[in-house]
Design a protein around this ligand. Structure first.
Ligand SMILES: *Cc1c(COP(=O)(O)O)cnc(C)c1O
Length: 834
């Protein structure tokens, strides 16, 4: 640590008596003016949005940081157990609206700005999304920490402060174009740099074993290339409860003595340039959702997160308890968001043994009682494995520890299944083969006391399939925690029209107790209430129609059914099935077969991983179909299709309140949970979906009559793979036959011959893992039922109300209560601020 951050002065205690800041609009105006005019030194003339935004952010931030400090002190004084959520991704989106809402300042802020002749919404729109995640997994982490703060659970998030977040997507000629997302360019007013808590992370080098004076063997990891980890703290406010938890994000920085040798031998510029290598670690988020990448830099990122976070937590422990770790496991636990931070299992062992001189047994007791692992996918392409060679070169000491963990674990396996060599090979943390690999999921399972899936079906499939042998060995470790979303962002904030109606009808308790929405059910068939509900939806649809017009130049009629699929573009999510249905509708309209049809606006959104060729071709297909459909006068208002570019959190805040039909159409058994499905349900959309992930639980809650079910079940999918013959199905379904004929004739790519050959080849292949064609007929039938239901406005509105009324289970408040009751066992702490 640089000496300028060391503790030297001993000021009067009064220095720390931070006065509480006023919460009236007059207080906000005073602070806003000071930031704008004095701190940012803005003068008369043109007022730029950036400075206005920044002044407001600082005004709110002061109130957040005061509470964050107070919350931290309360936790410290109570000596409570704390949990740490380790995640490579936190897809936070914008902070301003959420900060105002959770501080209880949304109305006062609006008033203050209005008095200053300013508009709150315009300032909110200035903010860049914090896009430090790919999709569901990263957004889940963001919803989790929101709920933990609202429940007053002492939980801290740890992640990476990527310089470049998820790429920005634009569409050119129908193709996805990726541009870097330099979200920090204009500064980030919500973060506080804490250089005094910098950590040092080792890479490379080798290990040496020395016998000490006391006869103990000690290991030294030496000749390393160290990188500094500098923390940036972001406030995570609970809902109007005085609690502000912390999200700590690490930035990589070169050490001062970096490459001193080069420096001394005269290669001054080379030495300075070498700083780049260190600083690269936190440069960019890997844009792969549900697939591993295997690049060395990614492993560096993972270890960097695990090591910096654990050292930070151990420093805090030692500051309070010295080198006594007897009660460490009673006071700390770590939740691993997928296998990404799982190297933490071995890193905690290393820190406890090599830095804090615990024995293997002591260190293992602590590690295996504090680590808990959440699995997010069954897709084999997403299972992380690292080549042993690379691992040993980058993290030699960690690899030794993994070998020892594995040796001890395999003895346990041999005891349980004597003489079973196959079991040893299939369970081992090290996969044998031409190139040995470290299986990160196995390390996570062996090192953790809890292993959970993210929806009921997913957790069952983990026990039945992927982790079956581990389940035999340790059934008590396995459990389910169905995902959720926070209703503060995903309803109270993003859907003011509906929120006001709900609050005027049943009160505002739903904002912290979502099951209260059940009280709406008696109003489902009440005509006056239905009218208000419908009007709120219409207002939201107009807002989305404006966005679509602005970004795609296409006119959506708010009276039409808004049929929406937004999520990462992936074959298992089957955007392709949706496009086939759109082509089918197009074909029907062209043939004049519009009986029973309802005018539809179909919206697609989502990013394809830059290296995922098939996903990018699907984006192109959607765009080409949209182009033809939207410009055909015969199609008119029956059908509009758009691909909305750059789907992100702030876009979803406009999209989900406006949806009528929520497309959740993955191949059964492939979507672990889904959370987009929950945002839509909460806001009164009706789901058309397969029995996959949390759709199953959504249908249970909403009732069969309020859900459009189609498709094979997970078991039927497994069964139907044998003898699957898509060409036969196409030949025997005249509707599908016409759709495929149009595609094969190049109807949507007349000037781009062969453009969709790969896509056609994929869904007509008997080995198509996603079984798109198998579900076509039942999907089209379910879509027809939806179209007919939509024509009965009263029926549809009742279904919409019933969906929202029964969405209580899908709050992350419920999810976090379950994590806490069954895994973390933390005491809730009320800091009693105010
Ligand atoms: C909720 C959300 C997701 C997850 O959507 P799924 O449909 O569950 O895959 C992805 N990205 C963003 C921006 C989200 O808000």
């Amino acid at each position: 640590m640089s000496p300028r951050y060391a503790c030297t002065a001993s000021p009067a205690p009064d220095l720390y008596n931070t006065p509480k800041l006023g919460m009236e609009s007059a207080d906000l105006i005073r602070d806003f003016k000071r930031y704008y005019g004095t701190y940012l030194a803005q003068d008369k003339g043109c007022a730029s949005g950036h400075y206005l935004f920044t002044a407001l952010a600082f005004t709110l931030r002061d109130r957040l940081f005061n509470r964050m400090k107070h919350t931290k002190h309360t936790y410290a004084e109570s000596h409570c157990k704390q949990a740490y959520y380790l995640s490579m991704e936190f897809l936070m989106g914008r902070a301003m609206g959420n900060a105002a809402l959770n501080l209880g300042l949304d109305k006062e802020t609006e008033k203050a700005l209005h008095d200053l002749g300013l508009n709150f919404e315009e300032l909110i729109d200035m903010e860049h999304d914090a896009g430090l995640g790919n999709g569901g997994l990263g957004r889940l982490a963001a919803c989790f920490i929101d709920s933990c703060a609202t429940l007053q659970l002492p939980v801290t998030g740890y992640g990476l402060r990527y310089e470049y977040g998820m790429f920005k997507q634009s569409i050119k000629n129908g193709f996805q174009i990726e541009k870097p997302d330099h979200w920090l360019r204009d500064g980030n007013p919500w973060e506080l740099e804490r250089p005094e808590f910098t950590q040092r992370v080792k890479f490379g080098g080798h290990t040496e074993f020395h016998r000490e004076h006391d006869g103990e063997m000690r290991v030294y990891w030496v000749d390393t290339n160290d990188v500094l980890a500098v923390p940036y703290d972001m406030p995570v406010p609970g809902y109007q409860n005085g609690t502000v938890n912390k999200l700590r994000l690490w930035k990589a920085a070169a050490t001062d003595e970096f490459n001193l040798e080069d420096f001394n031998s005269g290669s001054y510029t080379e030495a300075v340039a070498a700083k780049n290598e260190a600083e690269n670690i936190s440069m960019v988020l890997y844009p792969n959702d549900a697939s591993e990448n295997g690049k060395e830099l990614r492993l560096r990122q993972q270890y960097f997160l695990a090591s910096a976070s654990l050292q930070d937590i151990l420093d805090y422990w030692v500051a309070n308890h010295g080198q006594n770790f007897d009660h460490f496991a009673d006071k700390n636990c770590f939740q691993l968001n997928d296998t990404h931070p799982t190297v933490a299992v071995a890193e905690l062992m290393r820190l406890l043994m090599d830095d804090h001189e615990l024995s293997w047994e002591q260190a293992w007791d602590i590690t295996s009682q504090t680590m808990a692992y959440t699995n997010h996918t069954l897709l084999p392409e997403a299972l992380e494995r690292w080549p042993v060679n690379m691992f040993g070169r980058l993290l030699p000491r960690i690899l030794e520890i993994i070998y020892e963990i594995n040796a001890r674990f395999l003895r346990e396996v041999a005891n349980h299944w004597p003489g079973d060599k196959k079991k040893l090979a299939s369970l081992s943390i090290i996969e044998e083969g031409p190139q040995q690999q470290v299986r990160m999921a196995h390390l996570a399972i062996v090192g953790s006391y809890s292993i959970n899936g993210v929806a009921a079906l997913h957790s069952e499939l983990l026990k039945k399939g992927l982790f079956h042998d581990f389940y035999q060995l340790w059934p008590h470790k396995f459990n389910n925690k169905t995902n959720g979303v926070t209703q503060r962002r995903w309803m109270a904030w993003c859907n003011p029209a509906l929120s006001e109606l709900v609050t005027e009808t049943i009160g505002d308790k739903w904002i912290t107790h979502l099951s209260e929405l059940k009280k709406l059910e008696p109003y489902a068939h009440d005509k006056t209430f239905q009218k208000k509900w419908h009007d709120a939806k219409l207002e939201n649809k107009k807002r989305l129609a404006d966005l679509v017009k602005e970004s795609c130049g296409v006119i959506f009629d708010p009276e039409a059914m808004f049929d929406i699929q937004v999520k990462r573009i992936h074959e298992y999510k089957r955007q392709l099935l949706n496009v086939l249905h759109v082509i089918h509708l197009y074909d029907r309209i062209k043939r004049g077969d519009t009986e029973g049809m309802t005018p539809r606006c179909v919206l697609f959104g989502g990013k394809a991983a830059p290296g995922y060729v098939m996903a990018k071709q699907i984006v192109k297909l959607i765009n080409n179909v949209a182009e033809l459909v939207n410009n055909d006068p015969e199609i008119g208002n029956w059908l509009k299709v758009v691909f909305l570019p750059n789907y992100q959190v702030s876009a979803m805040e406009v999209i989900c309140p406006a949806a009528d039909l929520s497309e959740q159409i993955s191949t059964a058994g492939k979507e672990a949970s889904g959370t987009g499905n929950m945002k839509f349900m909460m806001n009164g959309a009706i789901t058309i979906g397969t029995l996959d992930g949390a759709n199953i639980e959504i249908r249970e809650e909403a009732g069969d009559d309020n859900f459009f079910l189609f498709g094979l079940t997970e078991e039927e999918v497994v069964e139907a793979r044998h003898g699957y013959n898509p060409r036969f199905i196409i030949e025997n379904d005249p509707d599908l036959k016409r759709v495929v004929t149009l595609l094969e004739a190049g109807h949507f790519n007349q000037f781009e011959p062969g453009c969709f050959d790969d896509v056609i080849g994929a869904f007509t292949n008997p080995h198509d893992p996603w079984m798109t064609v198998a579900d076509f007929r039942s999907y089209v039938d379910a879509q027809q039922q939806a179209a007919e239901a939509y024509q009965d406005k009263e029926r549809w509105t009742a279904m919409s109300i019933i969906n929202s009324a029964n969405s209580g289970k899908f709050s992350t408040d419920r999810t976090m209560e379950e994590y806490n009751n069954e895994i973390w066992k933390l005491e809730k702490i009320n800091p009693s601020y105010d």
